[in-house]
Write a protein that binds this ligand. Structure first.
Ligand SMILES: Cc1cc2nc3c(=O)[nH]c(=O)nc-3n(C[C@H](O)[C@H](O)[C@H](O)COP(=O)(O)OP(=O)(O)OC[C@H]3O[C@@H](n4cnc5c(N)ncnc54)[C@H](O)[C@@H]3O)c2cc1C
Length: 208
């Protein structure tokens, strides 16, 4: 039985996990929770909007100067766990992309750069917690939640992952696929009638 299941581990799931351990580190005599993280994609922390696999043509719509507000993670430690610090986005691009802020000019990074940042930030908290026996990462799509007597039973699409039980469940599944809207249908019809127009519903995959 897990104390907490986080379903979907994009930016919001990552922020929730970091916040949980920051809070726990400030309390004395706490019981360390057993956390199950379930994520259907192979990369954690970035979700689809910041996928590391998307083409370089996709850029962030937030300038580097505004991203100064994406703060570092300070090191977090408590009884039985140690999580290393991780730099702010701007410090990270300074080191990894030799990027310097310019007072006069905005710069817009590729979306996959933010994806790399979020993915590395996620790995550097999840991996140590796995090694310390606190987190279990389940790389599968959760398909069904049943709550009975305040315990959630979670099933997965891929039957090789057994059902898990959790006392608390956090749904951070982000944007979910939707039915095609009327406008999507019109775009799609237009694309079908024009040889040089392509319509794609999944912009975040390479090789379209
Ligand atoms: C097209 C698009 C463009 C965007 N552009 C910007 C932008 O420029 N700037 C900005 O600030 N925000 C933008 N956003 C908003 C973006 O969604 C947020 O920045 C952020 O990604 C939301 O994080 P999240 O963790 O809530 O959701 P997501 O990033 O969607 O992450 C959810 C995660 O849950 C996983 N998941 C979903 N269902 C299941 C399941 N059943 N089982 C297991 N795992 C599951 C998914 O694989 C994913 O990794 C954009 C969103 C979209 C869709």
């Amino acid at each position: 039985m897990y104390s907490l299941a986080i379903i979907g581990f994009g930016p919001r799931g990552l922020y929730a996990l970091e916040s949980l351990f920051v809070t726990l580190s400030r309390k004395r005599d706490t019981i360390i929770p057993k956390v199950a993280i379930t994520e259907s994609q192979s990369e954690i922390g970035c979700g689809s909007a910041w996928s590391i696999h998307q083409p370089d043509a996709n850029t962030i719509n937030i300038s580097d100067r505004d991203l100064v507000e994406l703060p570092e993670r300070k090191s977090i430690s408590g009884e039985g766990y140690n999580i290393a610090s991780f730099p702010s986005f701007i410090d990270w691009v300074r080191v990894n992309y030799q990027h310097q802020l310019d007072d006069q000019k905005d710069f817009y990074f590729n979306r996959n750069v933010m994806g790399q940042y979020l993915n590395q930030r996620a790995i550097t908290i999840v991996d140590p917690l796995i090694q310390q026996g606190i987190v279990t990462l389940i790389n599968a799509r959760a398909t069904n939640l049943i709550i009975q007597n305040q315990i959630t039973e979670i099933n997965f699409e891929d039957l090789k992952h057994p059902t898990i039980q959790s006392q608390h469940t956090l749904l951070t599944t982000g944007h979910l696929p939707e039915e095609k809207s009327k406008q999507d249908e019109e775009f799609s019809q237009h694309a079908n009638q024009s040889r040089d127009v392509f319509y794609s519903q999944s912009l975040f995959k390479k090789g379209l």
